[in-house]
Write a protein that binds this ligand. Structure first.
Ligand code: MN
Length: 202
């Protein structure tokens, strides 16, 4: 059961994160997303739909469009497909406590020979992202000299979407709600923010 570890780590009476329903939907398009997660340490969670779940990596410095930067990506437990639209706050005391922003989402296409399962098993998965912030061809590659066995590198391939000077922090708003991490953490809705801006005296 690919989601056993996901379930074991969470108390769904306490966390607003999606329950682990295993989706049997067979979509013709494959989903991907990136969540900016302000937990014990700020990181980005990179997730690709494979076999009805979101195969996931925690990327400390986030993905990059710079092909010269290899982003360390620590493989973590598979997440349910529903997690791909999750944004909110995991309460203190729970696994991964902190605010979660849906930083990017979209679809992807498999590049190279072999299914995603086959490419992941060999430790070299090539794919083409069609997100709002991340686009073009990427590879995620298992490190041969991995200490813990879960260290991978997320690498942008050279194409028309590659950007050598690229700063992830300049794209720091939710693709779901337009909110900043602080607004999510304070649970301020976009609507409420507009009202409070209007109320400011001239
Ligand atoms: Mn995380």
């Amino acid at each position: 059961m690919p989601l056993e570890e996901y379930k074991k780590k969470r108390d769904f009476k306490q966390t607003p994160e999606p329950k682990a329903s295993e989706s049997r939907k067979k979509a013709d398009t494959l989903y991907f997303c990136v969540q900016r997660h302000d937990a014990t340490r700020l990181h980005y969670d990179f997730r690709l739909e494979v076999g009805g779940v979101l195969v996931s990596w925690a990327v400390p410095k986030g993905p990059s469009l710079d092909p010269n930067r290899k982003a360390l990506a620590m493989k973590v437990e598979d997440h349910p497909l529903d997690y791909g639209s999750f944004e909110g706050n995991i309460p203190a005391g729970n696994y991964g406590a902190g605010s979660v922003m849906l930083w990017d989402k979209g679809t992807y296409e498999v590049l190279d020979e072999g299914t995603p399962e086959v490419q992941l098993a060999r430790g070299d998965f090539k794919f083409y992202l069609k997100g709002e912030k991340l686009q073009g061809s990427f590879a995620i590659v298992r490190m041969k000299r991995s200490q813990k066995g879960n260290e991978w590198l997320l690498i942008k391939k050279k194409d028309e979407f590659a950007r050598e000077e690229w700063d992830i922090e300049q794209l720091g708003q939710s693709v779901l709600t337009g909110r900043t991490q602080e607004e999510i953490a304070q649970n301020i809705s976009k609507r409420a923010r507009k009202i409070s801006v209007k109320k400011k005296p001239a």
